[in-house]
Design a protein around this ligand. Structure first.
Ligand code: GRF
Length: 197
């Protein structure tokens, strides 16, 4: 284990990067025990690039998301201890999941197991919730194992969407809660890991 007074986090993100932004912003607060040292992405044109540039975090493009040794090598180079996924649409290779067992966290924009599984991401989730005319939705933060959305649950927040009349309204409302809760849960996980060092 590297001897730092914080936990080194890598973010895997391939979307707009709004959760990555919230997590990096939080890391600059006094009560944060983690630091985001690198962002890994598998999309060339993702909004995550502008977040990385604006917040001055190195970003690395993963050309082959199945190439476990390349990913592990990049993580080792930065002495990464915890991985936070936010809008990374690929399954991590099993070797990476095993190497970071209990130290990979993900956020899903629904109350799992509802609206989870392959193909259920981003607006696909919100669209399904909208079409089902649900009065509420939510978020789930969980540890990652070798399948989609099935690792140990760390927390869920329920969100009323009675006032939402479009998929966009739902997505906005959910994102707002994600940005509040995800950094706190990541910080909590890092505190636990820090205490075990
Ligand atoms: C979020 O809704 C998150 O729950 C899901 O992917 C989305 C990523 O959004 N896993 P952003 O790229 O962080 O804005």
């Amino acid at each position: 284990m590297p001897e730092h007074n914080h936990i080194i986090v890598a973010m895997f993100a391939s979307g707009a990067g709004s959760n990555a932004e919230a997590i990096i912003e939080y890391s600059r607060r006094k009560d944060s025990v983690y630091k985001v040292e690198v962002i890994l992405t598998n999309k060339e044109q993702a909004g995550i690039y502008s977040v990385a540039n604006r917040l001055n975090i190195p970003i690395v493009h993963i050309t082959d998301p199945q190439d476990a040794s390349n990913i592990l090598e990049m993580l080792q180079k930065k002495q990464v201890q915890v991985i936070a996924l936010a809008g990374y649409m690929r399954l991590l290779p099993a070797e990476v999941v095993r190497a970071f067992d209990g130290r990979i966290i993900n956020i899903h924009p629904s109350l799992l197991p509802d609206y989870g599984g392959q193909g259920m991401y981003g607006n696909n989730v919100h669209m399904a919730v909208f079409n089902d005319k649900k009065p509420y939705t939510g978020i789930t933060i969980h540890l990652v194992d070798e399948q989609y959305d099935s690792g140990k649950m760390l927390c869920q927040s329920r969100i009323s969407i009675i006032d939402c009349n479009s998929v966009e309204n739902i997505s906005e409302k959910v994102r707002k809660v994600e940005h509040e809760v995800y950094p706190l849960m990541l910080n909590q996980l890092c505190k636990t890991i820090y205490a075990q060092q």
